[in-house]
Design a protein around this ligand. Structure first.
Ligand code: ZN
Length: 461
């Protein structure tokens, strides 16, 4: 022990120094973190606001329990507004998280004027890191697209899929084979005649289409497309005899492939159908999708636990339907639900005029939701969707189940007025674990996420 440590003055100055350092770290959260992270696993629960998370906690582990990501040491809050709306869609939100720039709803990896902006995935790629995107949505839809493509409209599926291939993203796993294949080939819908699957195979990728092929896939580049459109809802897997991998299985395989790169990697893995279920307000489905997402978070945590160079970040792009746990909520209603509202819609029968019959509506609600006391007014609401797309029919079916369970949610009427189909402008949470995780333990804007990720990985964004 040296003589200075014995003096009261020195002890005081050490305390002051420590306090100042702590304050500097609070003001400049990434001050000490520059470049200290080799690998990033970013898991996005689409639409996973506080309400969906609360229902998942209550139903899966009880109100006193903690979901995997709620055990992370660092937690922050994130504002999600877009450049032109208080309420964002997934395109503008993912663009903000990927690039550090706000853009308008519907825009992918570009500023509101259409100028492309570099994404954290591209910056990681430039630094020699391996990169991957996973989604239970189509892989060309908003969230993965905003990390790996640039397009003024999220609906530009053909162009976005082609960009994901051109950009040589090492691992792409999800739904959406329709936009990788030309019309006339399998489920292909591409108008330009290109066969992107043949292109990636020629470029040395392994291509897989089901769970068992994914499990046995080897190599350093991987394309997995498991559905022509969105991947199956968790609550429909048994009904449709699903051969698709879970989000955890996709995340695990992606980590196996990407971690071979000695320069490190960036992986974004999205539980996309949390949002799709939340749009219907049907809470059993929301919870099942969060359970699938949580299992993927578990995979990431286990990978990171054995090493000191991997940051795991879990967040949501926005809240959907302002779900809340009400006092008269009836969990017993939710426990009866056996399939997604969209699947239920597809089981209903129509009369000669193309109108869903009252008989089949009643039958389907009884068979798949255990609801036997539908009112005439509710039957009329469902019949009113007879000409709508099945996912839109699912909105009304889900909201009726939610009403029977006393779920707190944005009303059908308000949902119908918005362009996002029921997103809310509520803040979302962000959870971080691993080196530099403390940088996220603040009230943040979604644009901060890209900047912090780039900084802690030492990337030039
Ligand atoms: Zn949505």
């Amino acid at each position: 022990m040296n003589k200075f440590s014995n003096s009261k003055v020195s002890r005081l100055s050490i305390v002051v120094l420590l306090l100042v350092s702590a304050m500097l770290l609070m003001v400049f959260p990434s001050f000490a973190a520059e470049g200290q992270v080799k690998n990033v696993i970013l898991l996005i629960g689409d639409g996973m606001g506080f309400g969906p998370t609360q229902y998942a906690r209550n139903i899966l582990v009880g109100p006193e329990g903690r979901l995997t990501f709620e055990k992370f040491p660092y937690v922050g809050l994130v504002s999600t507004y877009s450049a032109n709306q208080w309420v964002t869609d997934s395109a503008a939100a993912a663009t903000a998280m990927a690039t550090g720039y706000k853009t308008n709803n519907e825009m992918i990896g570009v500023k509101p004027d259409g100028t492309p902006v570099k994404t954290v995935l591209e910056a990681a790629q430039q630094a020699g890191k391996a990169v991957g995107l996973i989604s239970t949505n189509t892989i060309y839809d908003a969230t993965p697209a905003a990390f790996g493509a640039h397009f003024a409209a999220r609906s530009g599926s053909d162009a976005i899929a082609a960009q994901l291939v051109d950009h040589q993203i090492d691992v792409l796993l999800g739904g959406g084979s329709d936009r990788f294949l030309p019309k006339g080939v399998g489920p292909g819908k591409r108008a330009d005649g290109k066969n992107l699957v043949d292109e990636v195979k020629a470029a040395g990728y392994v291509y897989v289409t089901n769970r068992s092929e994914l499990a046995s896939a080897a190599g350093s580049k991987l394309l997995g497309l498991f559905n022509p459109s969105y991947m199956n809802y968790q609550n429909d897997r048994d009904e449709v005899n699903s051969q698709e991998p879970s989000l955890a299985e996709m995340t695990s395989k992606a980590l196996e492939v990407l971690s071979k790169d000695k320069d490190g990697f960036f992986l974004m893995s999205e539980g996309a159908r949390i949002d799709h279920m939340a749009h219907t307000a049907e809470v059993a489905g929301v919870v099942s999708e969060i359970k699938d997402f949580e299992a993927a978070v578990d995979v990431a945590v286990k990978f990171a636990a054995s090493r000191k160079d991997t940051l795991v970040v879990v967040t949501a792009d926005h809240d959907t339907m302002g779900l809340s746990v009400t006092e008269p909520f009836k969990p017993e209603v939710i426990r009866q639900v056996k399939a997604s509202p969209e699947y239920m819609a597809l089981q209903m029968k129509k009369d000669q005029d193309g109108v869903l019959t009252a008989e089949s509506i009643k039958q389907v609600f009884a068979d798949f939701a255990g609801i036997t006391d539908l009112t005439d007014a509710e039957i009329v609401i469902v019949q009113g969707t007879s000409k709508a797309a099945p996912y839109k029919q699912g909105y009304e079916i889900g909201s009726i189940i939610a009403a029977h369970a006393n779920v707190g949610a944005i009303s059908s009427a308000i949902r119908a007025q918005g362009r996002t189909g029921g997103h809310s402008g509520n803040q979302v949470a962000i959870y971080a674990s691993g080196p530099a995780g403390q940088a996220f333990a603040h009230v943040l804007d979604n644009t901060d996420i890209a900047r912090i990720l780039a900084q802690v990985m030492g990337l030039n964004l």
